[in-house]
Design a binder for this molecule. Structure first.
Ligand code: NDP
Ligand code: MG
Length: 390
């Protein structure tokens, strides 16, 4: 069998690194066609030495020149491109079969759409893209015969418990997304004003990039995942539940009409869903330690506390009440960036998002120009809300 040729968009991030870990374990199965970074040239260079891609993409021309010089000095014949157009070119290049969509945030939307239009197998991590463009991305993928294989652990769990054949027959009545609750599940509410970026990024179970770590601490992440599950599995949002499960062993569940509930379990390590999606429908070694339930100290489940996690409440209003998903995502990206660089307190994140949702009522969008325009408007409104925040 010829090796699967892979383009990893966002190779220098947490998902990118976990993907390359699996690739390195199975050199006979996978070859790396392209790696993309934004700013982290050091890590990209080390990945080039280890994986010898044909092409790399970086943020801009200056970085591309620096990278080109380093690769030339190291005797590595690797093409270097830069910018958003180059990301799309790599994503649709005929020389790759599989695209790993692991850029964080709205920046991943256009390249993911390009991969979908080109009918690629897409390992899908970049949930912000789907939140922004759900109908458009799903329709584009369906028309072009692209396959979206979820890498987000909850959605990968649902994919495993609710395979495509079962989806054609129907019969699942609820999706149950588990949530660890992040670092602040038990932190006294009166201390939330003093939460620092490093505290918010210190997730007790998962090691992830900083933006998604903050989203996990506010539980906006789980809200975005409800929207993601709605699109990926064509399930009405009212039939998607969120359940707190601090141990992060059960990654999500599917309830069927006869009240059978199927769950997928594993140690909390993203290499499991990534290995599953890369090899699907086969199974390969992920390098993760075996799960030993006898030492897990018990599995517990409880309902989410919406007063503690107002971001989750806001998302439920968006999905159930028709408020804007593009505005929600853009406002959250701006608010999280402002929190991470010290311009906004932790409690300010849901306040900024709510202010933007109130200011910008939004219809459903089915074309890219309208989505990008709504994204720009919401980012501007969110910047103003951050500036005006006490
Ligand atoms: P990281 O922050 O670790 O990595 C982000 C990647 O995107 C880096 O390679 C970064 O490049 C690149 N990047 C950032 N901004 C841009 C831009 N404007 N244009 C092009 N590339 C850019 O994030 P994660 O790996 O944690 O997350 C990636 C995606 O996967 C997110 O959408 C997240 O929600 C999703 N996800 C992540 C999980 C996890 O466990 N980490 C779990 C489930 C989903 P550089 O570093 O070189 O600047
Ligand atoms: Mg997840």
């Amino acid at each position: 069998m010829p090796a699967q040729r892979i383009a990893i968009l966002g190779a220098t991030g947490s998902i990118g690194a976990s993907t390359l870990d699996i690739v390195a374990r199975h050199p006979e199965r996978f070859s790396v066609f392209a790696l993309t970074a934004h700013n982290n040239l050091e890590r990209l260079f080390a990945q080039c030495v280890a994986f010898r891609p044909e092409v790399v993409v970086v943020a801009d021309g200056q970085r591309a020149s620096r990278m080109q010089a380093r690769l030339r000095d190291a005797g590595l014949p690797i093409r270097v491109s830069h910018g958003p157009t180059a990301l799309c070119e790599v994503a649709r290049d005929a020389a790759c079969d599989t695209v790993v969509a692991a850029i964080v945030g709205a920046a991943g939307l256009k390249p993911t759409l390009a991969a979908a239009r080109a009918g690629k197998k897409i390992l899908f991590a970049n949930k912000e893209a789907l939140v922004m463009s759900g109908a458009l991305l799903m329709q584009t993928a369906a028309r072009a015969g692209a396959r979206l294989l979820p890498v987000d652990s909850e959605h990968n769990a649902i994919f495993q418990c609710y395979p495509e054949q079962a989806r054609l027959r129907g019969g699942a009545i609820r999706l149950i997304l588990t949530a660890s609750g992040g670092p602040f599940l038990n932190r006294p509410l009166e201390t939330f004003d003093t939460i620092t970026p490093d505290e918010a990024c210190a997730h007790p179970r998962w090691s992830m990039g900083r933006k998604i770590s903050v989203d996990s601490a506010t539980m906006m992440n789980k809200g975005l995942e409800v929207i993601e599950a709605h699109w990926l599995f064509a399930m009405p949002a009212e039939r998607i539940d969120v359940v707190m499960h601090p141990q992060s062993i059960v990654h999500s569940m599917v309830a069927y009409a006869d009240q059978s509930v199927l769950a997928q379990m594993g140690n909390p390590d993203m290499r499991i869903p990534i290995a599953h999606a890369l090899a699907y429908p086969e199974r390969i070694d992920s390098g993760v330690a075996p799960l030993d339930l006898t030492i897990s100290g018990g599995l517990t489940f409880m309902p989410p506390d919406l007063a503690r996690f107002p971001c989750l409440k806001l998302v439920l209003e968006v999905v159930r009440g028709g408020r804007g998903a593009v505005a929600l995502n853009a406002a959250n990206e701006v608010a999280v960036a402002a929190f991470l660089n010290g311009r906004l307190g932790f409690r300010g994140i849901p306040e900024v998002v709510e202010a933007v949702l109130e200011r910008l009522p939004e219809p459903e969008f089915s074309d890219l120009d309208h989505i990008l325009e709504a994204d720009r408007r919401a980012r501007k409104a969110a910047e103003e809300a951050v500036e005006g925040h006490p």
